[in-house]
Design a protein around this ligand. Structure first.
Ligand SMILES: [Fe+2]
Ligand SMILES: [Fe+2]
Length: 292
């Protein structure tokens, strides 16, 4: 039986009217980020809502079984942003015929108060199929993808106080739980095991990357059924991690002007056929990309 899975990331929806009328904006990190956003970054994502609608139209034309989403729905992690964006995102995830799985990005869990807003508005939608696998952090989440594949999500995003620090880290508890999950017979036998998180698995850059990337890769390597999915970098790519059999896909950003993207995977038996979504003439289309 074949399965179709769509992976997208980094929508960065513009803040709705009135979002900044809150004392939360006075957080020094947000003030600097707002300045940066207004001066240069924001214009690239000004049409993010149009791109999200474009994804909805694509999913109506080309239905998929599962949707996997790797975060950065917002920009500043403000309550009003959550209230506006959560139903929009839920509406997209609900278009998958059989289910979805999502993790937050660093722009969702932006400062200390953001995780509370995230829990209120995003979780447990969608929750996992194996709730007992979750640690007290709420992750990993597991979604069975038919009989022969599975998706496992860990959360690498956490609030950072400093504006210049947008690094991520998968909590040790989640690393241990992930290793146990990958060893479970009903997961180890699956032909395709998608492991997903917001941060790039192989970028250990101190201020923008995943600080414990080496630890994470150490527990993933030597398993030949893994497919790693992430966002955070706003350019899409697919590659193998050197010295391992790990296949890595970055979805890029759904909405960055000139670089809009997502991945569509067709699974048939052992084969995984990836195609990249691209924005052409105000709609998403599919392109064939060489497999990594
Ligand atoms: Fe992002
Ligand atoms: Fe990010």
């Amino acid at each position: 039986m074949s399965l179709r899975i769509l992976h997208f990331s980094d929508v960065h929806l513009p803040a709705p009217p009135g979002a900044f009328r809150t004392p939360e904006i006075l957080h020094p990190k947000r003030l600097l980020a707002l300045l940066n956003f207004l001066l240069r970054r924001g214009s690239k994502y000004a049409d993010a809502l149009q791109k999200l609608h474009g994804l909805r139209d694509f999913l109506v034309r080309e239905p998929v079984d599962y949707i996997l989403y790797t975060g950065d729905t917002l920009n500043f992690g403000l309550k009003r942003e959550f209230m506006d964006a959560a139903p929009r995102l839920a509406g997209i995830l609900a278009l998958a015929r059989r289910g979805a799985l999502a993790v937050p990005g660093n722009h969702d869990l932006y400062t200390g108060a953001s995780p509370v807003h995230h829990r209120q508005h995003f979780t447990p939608r969608p929750s996992g199929d194996l709730p007992e696998a979750a640690t007290p952090t709420g992750y990993p989440l597991v979604r069975w993808l038919g009989e022969e594949a599975v998706a496992i999500a860990v959360n690498s995003s956490r609030p950072r106080f400093a504006f210049w620090d947008s690094s991520g880290r998968v909590p040790d508890l989640e690393l241990d739980a992930l290793a146990r999950l990958l060893d479970r017979p009903e997961i180890a036998v699956r032909r395709h095991v998608f492991v997903m998180t917001h941060y790039p698995f192989d970028d250990h850059g101190f201020f923008h990357g995943l600080r414990n990337s080496r630890q994470l890769l150490a527990l993933l390597q030597n398993r030949d059924n893994l497919v790693l999915l992430h966002g955070h970098n706003h350019q899409p790519y697919a590659r193998r991690i050197p010295g391992t059999s790990l296949r890595l896909y970055c979805a890029g950003s759904l909405s960055k002007a000139g670089a809009e993207s997502f991945w569509l995977f067709d699974l048939l038996g052992d084969s995984l056929h990836p195609r990249r979504g691209a924005w052409r003439n105000a709609r998403f289309i599919l392109q064939d990309d060489p497999a990594p």
